[in-house]
Design a protein around this ligand. Structure first.
Ligand code: C2E
Ligand code: CA
Ligand code: CA
Length: 762
């Protein structure tokens, strides 16, 4: 019996040494703890074996060796605890418990060494055994030895509890990781208790400890990681969102995971479908010998398009022999959808759904690279759109833009590019043959008729640039179309304007004017010219004040050049104020000189109404200068009056109250002439020169003229006709009852000094 035990222990020691050697080569987690555990088990087994072999005469040595054995079991269980806490990941947060346990084990160890001399833990008694007369050491435990047992069992129990806790808590595939060790440890503890209860001759615990060390080594480093990995692999592949189908070397389907199953719905057996899929794939890729082939595929499932990224992979062994292959399917529908949405956001205007600025440039360049026919760049702009937003709110402004976008977008096809560039600026690149002016005007009318902004006079401008060179930068083309719009801005009669190179010149000139304006004002380069007005009895009744710019280098510049620019730039009121004051000053001077029979008519621009309180300004003028207000006549064009009738009526009433007379200038040039007369209280009607200009309809013009004069007589308004150039015109006008004339026939506008020289002396 003794020798069988010794041989068994030696065998176990050899196995454990082998375990240490093999474990040392692995880099698994917890390897260090396992090796420590085995080493202590080896030491315990070696000590116990040595103890068993001590002859009966060496009592002291036997006590010492048995003490060493007991002491090594202390360190064995300490290592068991260190291993289980590390293995389960349930290490205490601080090192204190570990230190306490190590200290206790140390104290117990010292106690066993001292026991060699004191025998306070246990005593031995030699007994002869069997026929061979082998010696056997009977152990008599003393009280303190139970403290050692308590220590050892507590630690083992604690380790067991930790393992049990993990075993219960973990998901099923991880249970095995703890289960094997748990069962082994439980068995050891159980057997150990049995040995104690039966009071066996030998302490079989040491054998069991060796077994437990070997088992832990096996479960921790070999069996459970491999098995666990396989299980996790299977779960990962089975439940993966990636579809996976595996085939053997003959193309036979050996596995289809859940996700892949969704790609082959329908009636067929899934393995058969997968095999059919493979043979189709191989047919399509028969010339491709790559190990990995990937491509995008679209499939229709439940009437919905799905984007699938398919990866095919061949497997072979180290000698290049075919092992099989697999497919991976990644459902990219969501990614593609999100990508497209993002792409849409980047390239489109969110309000109207048209292309945005950047996308327009790209698309236009792409289109123009291939066109072989004349193309137009067409831009549109709403007059005072900012005002629409301010008056009616952004929501109405948006509606207006959406309506316009919808209308424009009807022209969309592969030969056009349509975009909203910014705010109310839309842009269309289209073949010249498709641009139809009449259609555009009709569309504009339709937009106006939507009546989204009641009482606001909507006006659309369309600038057209015929592309000369398709390689010209897109934004230069765009600027040219906008330039065309700039030339008709403020003009209600015209909606469409085509870019011409002269436009550029015109714009440059405008810029020049604006640049020089301040200096011209400061240096008093503007001066008042007077053009006489003659009554039908030949007497001079007054003059119209007309501005002239006496430029130091360019000479005299006529107002036709700079007035529209100043109006557009919102600066005309400065000049007008200067002119009005000059006229008032002159009237004051004439009054002092007793020349009170002459009046002066001054012009009031449409834009003055926006920038000045006209009534207040003329009140101040009449206060500042001493003259008869009846002699300063105010010319206001009919279009200015019609722009904001209600407001203007108040202004006219105010001016009348101050004593001023109002002349309706350019009467007949607008489009509301006759109708307006009944509403607007003016004092004098000034008929536009278009009726006198030689046209094909001389007859019709004279009829109209005659009727206007007759009508104004009935309304009690004196009439003055401007642009009179010939004797015949004067005679005709006299005949139909015109009261006054102004025109080159009598005199051109002249310097004030010349006017005074000619007319005042006479
Ligand atoms: P308007 O107020 O209709 O002035 C009459 C224009 O007709 C003047 O041109 C005058 O020189 C021109 N004219 C007079 N008789 C004849 C004629 O027999 N035949 C022809 N073909 N033309 C004649 P002007 O001075 O070049 O002024 C052009 C326009 O500039 C004016 O038209 C007026 O609208 C504006 N303007 C001139 N001075 C001022 C000013 O001080 N303030 C403002 N706001 N506008 C002004
Ligand atoms: Ca005038
Ligand atoms: Ca006029």
């Amino acid at each position: 019996m003794l020798w069988s035990l010794v041989i068994l222990l030696i065998l176990l020691i050899m196995v454990m040494v082998a375990c240490v050697v093999v474990s040392g080569k692995r880099d698994e987690q917890n390897c260090r703890q396992v090796v420590h555990l085995i080493w202590t088990a080896i030491i315990a087994a070696a000590c116990y074996t040595a103890f068993l072999l001590v002859p009966p005469d060496y009592y002291g040595l036997a006590v010492f060796m048995d003490g060493l054995y007991f002491l090594s079991t202390d360190w064995l269980v300490v290592n068991l605890l260190l291993f289980t806490t590390a293995y389960t990941g349930l290490e205490p947060p601080t090192k204190l418990p570990r230190y306490i346990i190590v200290l206790l084990a140390l104290a117990d160890s010292i106690s066993f060494v001292v026991n060699t001399f004191t025998r306070h833990m246990f005593e031995l008694e030699a007994e002869m055994m069997g026929m061979a007369g082998d010696c056997y050491w009977n152990v008599h435990f003393k009280q303190p030895h139970y403290i050692h047992r308590l220590f050892v069992y507590s630690i083992v129990l604690y380790s067991l509890l930790i393992l049990l806790y993990r075993f219960i808590k973990e998901p099923s595939i991880y249970k095995k990781k703890y289960g094997g060790i748990l069962v082994q440890t439980l068995a050891v503890v159980g057997l150990n208790i049995l040995c104690a209860v039966w009071d066996t001759k030998f302490d079989y615990s040491v054998v069991l400890y060796a077994f437990i060390a070997i088992a832990i080594c096996y479960f921790t480093l070999f069996a459970s990681p491999r098995e666990l990995l396989e299980k996790i692999y299977a779960t990962v592949i089975g439940d993966s969102v990636l579809g996976v189908i595996a085939y053997d070397k003959n193309g036979k389907c050996i596995g289809v995971n859940r996700s892949a199953g969704k790609f082959f719905p329908g009636d067929g057996e899934i393995h058969a479908l997968a095999e059919e899929y493979l043979s189709n794939w191989e047919m399509a890729h028969q010339d491709d010998y790559s190990t990995v082939i990937a491509e995008e595929q679209t499939i229709i499932r439940d009437n919905k398009k799905k984007y699938i990224y398919v990866t095919y992979q061949r497997f072979s062994d180290e000698k290049g022999r075919n092992l099989g292959c697999c497919f991976q399917f990644e459902n990219r529908t969501e990614i593609v959808k999100r990508f497209r949405e993002e792409q849409y956001r980047i390239t489109h205007d969110m309000l109207t759904g048209l292309l945005n600025r950047n996308a327009f440039e790209e698309a236009a360049e792409k289109l123009l690279a291939h066109v072989e026919e004349p193309y137009y760049m067409v831009c549109s702009n709403i007059k005072d759109f900012k005002l629409v937003n301010e008056l009616y709110g952004a929501e109405i402004g948006d509606k207006l833009l959406i309506a316009q976008a919808e209308m424009i977008n009807r022209a969309l096809d592969e030969s056009t590019v349509i975009a909203r560039i910014f705010a109310d600026k839309f842009c269309i690149l289209m073949p010249k043959r498709r641009f139809n002016e009449q259609e555009v005007l009709e569309q504009i009318e339709d937009l106006k008729n939507l009546n989204l902004v009641s009482s606001f006079k909507l006006h659309y401008y369309v600038g057209v640039y015929e592309i000369q060179d398709v390689k010209e930068p897109i934004w230069t083309m765009y600027d040219k179309a906008i330039m065309a719009i700039d030339t008709i801005r403020g003009n209600y009669e015209q909606s469409i304007c085509y870019y011409e190179d002269e436009l550029l010149e015109h714009i440059m000139k405008e810029k020049e004017v604006l640049g020089e304006l301040d200096r011209a004002m400061a240096e008093k380069q503007f001066c008042m010219f007077l053009q006489p007005q003659i009554s039908n009895d030949g007497a001079i009744v007054g003059a119209e004040a007309l501005v002239r710019w006496i430029h130091p280098e360019k000479g005299m510049i006529s107002p036709g050049i700079f007035i529209p620019t100043l109006e557009k730039a919102g600066l005309i009121h400065k000049l007008d104020l200067y002119m009005w004051e000059s006229a008032a000053q002159k009237l004051e001077e004439w009054k002092k000189l007793g020349r009170e029979n002459f009046s002066i008519s001054v012009n009031i621009s449409t834009k003055d109404f926006y920038y000045l309180d006209i009534c207040e300004t003329f009140r101040q003028i009449s206060e500042k200068y001493d003259f008869d207000v009846k002699k300063l006549k105010l010319e206001i064009t009919e279009s200015a009056l019609m722009e904001n009738v209600e407001e203007n009526m108040k202004t006219l009433d105010g001016l009348h109250a101050l004593g001023y007379d109002i002349e309706i200038d350019d009467f007949g040039s607008g489009y509301s002439s006759l109708g307006m007369l009944k509403d607007i209280h003016a004092d004098i009607l000034k008929i536009d020169m278009i009726f006198l200009q030689e046209t094909q309809n001389v007859k019709r013009s004279s009829t109209i003229l005659k009727n206007i004069i007759t009508m104004s007589k009935e309304l009690g308004m004196p009439v003055i006709t401007e642009g009179v150039e010939t004797k015949e015109q004067v005679e005709f006008l006299m005949k139909v009852g015109c009261d006054m004339f102004q025109g080159y026939y009598f005199a051109k506008p002249m310097k004030v000094e010349s006017f005074e020289e000619v007319y005042c002396r006479a």
